[in-house]
Design a binder for this molecule. Structure first.
Ligand code: NAP
Length: 284
């Protein structure tokens, strides 16, 4: 492949959540390959690592502000003259037993990660349909296939996002638009740090030892997980393939072996293995 083909000029991407983790890594990767990137964070300090690179445009965007989010995207679309790739990456987890999760916490998470994100995707899809080309990549999670313990709101939000991606794949079949449901397994980012304070409250409030066992297992898995750069590379390869579908990224067991294995064994056995994996029980 020639250098020009590897680094096509004036490609434009819109990426939410570039302040670190997977979003930061894909923004950096695109910028170093000569792309122009409109990257979002909730505060201007969030894009410090990107702003020195030519082609970066910082955007303050908070998914808890639905109207503001839609307007920001539309403004960026016009400023950029359209996007070749749109990556909906921003998201967060809340670790708490469901019975201790307040209605307000659940509402806020679902509003940001489902209601606003899907409204945003609606506006993005309409814009892409106007061009009849482009790639929409939604960052979901392997939690869709392997739900995480004491993270019901997160599991619900990602299941909804993957269902939306699958629906849009159908709607875009035969058009020039590619829809990718990108599902990372554990990736070493600040994801757990964001949840840590709420997790500490959850553990202090419940006598159930399974809550702290699950949290420590999640922490151990994330500590030993592949880097955000490796997830960004998998994302970049998916973008280059230009093929709609589900793309899993992460460690070999989580992202490759487990999704196949789970189809080959009885559902009940898969559930027992999953519970043990998270330190929830030693019995079925
Ligand atoms: N790390 C993993 O193991 C893993 C596994 C599966 C899926 N994922 C998914 O991958 C995506 C990126 O996560 P990450 O691991 O890179 O975590 P991260 O380092 O915590 O990054 C999350 C990003 O989302 C942004 N964000 C959070 N809440 C937001 C809101 N209300 N409005 C706008 N932006 C918001 C954050 O921006 P601020 O800096 O402004 O808060 C940050 O840039 C998420 O959707 C996550 O669910 C991660």
């Amino acid at each position: 492949m020639t250098a020009a083909a590897q680094h096509p000029p004036s490609r434009r991407a819109f990426v939410t959540g570039v302040s670190g983790g997977i979003g930061g890594a894909i923004a950096q990767l695109l910028l170093t390959r000569g792309w122009a990137v409109w990257g979002t964070a909730r505060a201007e300090t969030g894009w410090a690592a990107c702003q020195l690179q030519p082609g970066f445009h910082g955007v303050v965007l908070d998914l808890t502000d639905r109207e503001g989010t839609l307007k920001k995207f539309t403004d960026c679309w016009h400023e950029a003259g359209g996007f070749d790739v749109i990556i909906n990456n921003a998201g967060y987890g809340v670790f708490a037993p469901f019975t201790t999760l307040s209605a307000a916490e659940l509402d806020q998470q679902l509003a940001a990660m489902v209601t606003t994100t899907s409204a945003l995707i609606g506006v993005q899809m309409a814009a892409l349909r106007g061009l009849e080309t482009g790639i929409l990549l939604n960052v979901s999670s392997l939690a869709v296939e392997f739900p995480l313990p004491f993270m019901a709101g997160y599991n619900m939000a990602k299941a909804a996002l993957s269902a939306l991606s699958e629906s849009l794949m159908m709607e875009c079949a035969g058009t020039g638009i590619v829809v990718i449901d990108f599902r990372p397994g554990d990736i070493k980012t600040g994801f757990n740090q964001v949840m840590a304070a709420r997790a500490a409250v959850a553990m202090a409030r419940t006598p159930d030892p399974r809550v702290s066992a699950a949290w420590h297992t999640l922490e151990a898995h994330l500590d030993a997980a592949p880097s955000a750069a490796s997830a960004a590379l998998a994302m970049w390869r998916a973008i280059q393939r230009r093929r709609s579908g589900v793309v899993r990224s992460g460690g070999v067991f989580q992202a490759r072996i487990a999704p196949v294995l789970v189809r080959l064994i009885p559902e009940r056995l898969a559930r027992i293995i999953r519970w043990r994996y998270f330190g929830l029980t030693t019995r079925g």
